[in-house]
Design a protein around this ligand. Sequence first.
Ligand code: 4NP
Length: 159
Amino acid sequence: MPVKVLFVCLGNICRSPTAEGLFRAELAKRQLVDKVATDSAGTGAWHVGKAPDRRAIAAAAERGIDISTLRARQVDTADFETFDYIVAMDESNLMDLQAMQPAGFKGTLALFLDYAPQSPEREVPDPYYGGAEGFEHVLNLVEQAAAGLLNDIRQQHLS
Ligand code: 4NP
């Protein structure tokens, strides 16, 4: 069984699909796609069924990552049974997830940037109402945290 990782933001059209796409690309580089499965979801339901925001698709494409086929869904309590890691983009997402978390959850619920201790930022900021530079910033933060998360998965599950 692969280790399962769920990235969560508010809408599941900007930050968490970006995180999912970039993390999957890192897994592919290291031939770990069979060992680690990824998904993403939103705490909100506004964009369910939609492709990622066109600006998120464009920013990822500039780094050679295609997220255009991903589709938004809302996070569900059953996700706590399925996933080993549930990774929140900001404190608000984390609080919403903590409120949903069943008593028996054995996995790890964390802020994504907990895996980037070198970054002064603790949250991946919502780029939805800003410009293209916000999406670049999301990619830069996600890139730093992806490396740390992958190290944690290797240490806890793959070694
Ligand atoms: P995300 O960005 O949480 O990174 O997907 C957002 C997308 C849409 C909305 C909020 C955040 N919205 O309110 O519609």
